[in-house]
Structure formats: structure tokens, C-alpha cells
Design a protein around this ligand. Sequence first.
Ligand code: B4P
Length: 182
Amino acid sequence: MKKHILFLGAPGAGKGTQAELLCQTNSYTHLSTGELLRKEIEMNSILGRQVKDIMNRGELVSDELVLEIVKQNLDKDNKGWILDGYPRNLSQANSLNEVLIKINQPLEVVFFLDIPEEVLIKRLLLRGRKDDTEETIRTRVNIYKKTTEPLIQYFKDLSLLEYIDADRDLKTISSDINQKMA
Ligand code: B4P
């Protein structure tokens, strides 16, 4: 069973949703950079105040900052982890690689949740989080296409990529992922 897992996909593709489902059946650490950053905003910490406006505009927060959060939260006792929303660009992917070499926990699989743009826009508008306005969603999707999408090829070249059709109901997607975990 694989235990070093990454979810890749556009905003609203369902990375967080599927990572949660997978954590219900395994005792993995779910590491969502978006969730960790939102918690900092809720706590009104120094970090939270730094990232609040950036996230509300739908832009990416700095690589250094996110890397620090990931390092602090990566599972040290090797129970297994699911990274969701990180990396989001090539520089983050290279930093992650260095961290994983150091802790000797190589990535085993990358689930790429593929979804048409019009479906994800509908989903996010329905969810209605603070950064789910039409304008912010457009910004997030444009940044995704420019900076995150190249990671699909990056992980394909490393033979880690598993393609998942994310335009289906939650359970079907989840059982597809579970089959590919073995
Ligand atoms: P994230 O928190 O990663 O949010 P996301 O990409 O919008 O969501 P996700 O794909 O997880 O979708 P979800 O399951 O919630 O990022 C938010 C912000 O944080 C970024 O814009 C950025 O500013 C910052 N950030 C995060 N990571 C960063 C990094 N590494 N570097 C820099 N900045 C970073 O699903 C969405 C909705 O669809 C939900 O309502 C869900 O219920 C629904 N849904 C899911 N699956 C479905 C299905 N199969 N059918 C129908 N509905 C479904």
C-alpha cells in the first residue's frame, strides 16, 4: 500500500475532498497547504495577516513561506502522508524533492484530478468560500494553468502520475483512487 501520496489538480478539482476520504480509511497525515494557511488567517497570526490579502485575491503565497509550513508538518514518524495543494509550481516541486530526500520518504504516487474548467467554476461558486468569487476563481484558474499545470508532465516523466477523471461522483472517484493505491 502506498503511503507517500500527492494530489494534483486545478482549484476545485476535489483534492481536499478526496484526501479527506483517503485519510478516513488510512491513518495518514493530511497536509493541505490551503487549509494550514486558512487556519493561520483564522488565528490572526503574523503569518495569517501576511497571507490574507494574497489568498483573497486568489494568488499564490510565497514559496519560502509554504515550504516552511510543509517542513513543520511533514510526518516525522513515517505513518504516511497525503500532500494536497503542494507543490503548485516547479520551484516548490524541487524544494519538496530536497526535503523528501533528507527525510528519506520518497513520493510514491501523484493522483492528477482532471476536470473541465466549467465544472470547477460551478463547484467553487456553489461552495462559496471567501476566495470563491467569480473574479478570484478566474485568477486562480489562470495561475493554475500557467504555473501548476507543467507539474503534470514533471511527475509523468518521473513515472509517478496516475490520471483520475474527477468529473464523477465522490464515491466513484474514491474507489478509483483506492484501487490505484495498491
Ligand atoms: P486550496 O485550499 O488548495 O483550495 P482549492 O485548490 O480551491 O481546493 P480543492 O481542489 O482542494 O477542492 P475541494 O476538494 O475543496 O488553495 C486555496 C489557496 O491557498 C490558493 O488559492 C493559494 O492562495 C493558497 N495556497 C495553497 N497552497 C499553496 C501553495 N502550495 N503555494 C502557494 N499558495 C498556496 O473541492 C471544491 C468543491 O467541490 C467543494 O465544495 C467540494 O464539496 C466539491 N466537490 C469535490 N469533489 C466533488 C465531486 N466529485 N462532485 C461534486 N462536487 C465535488
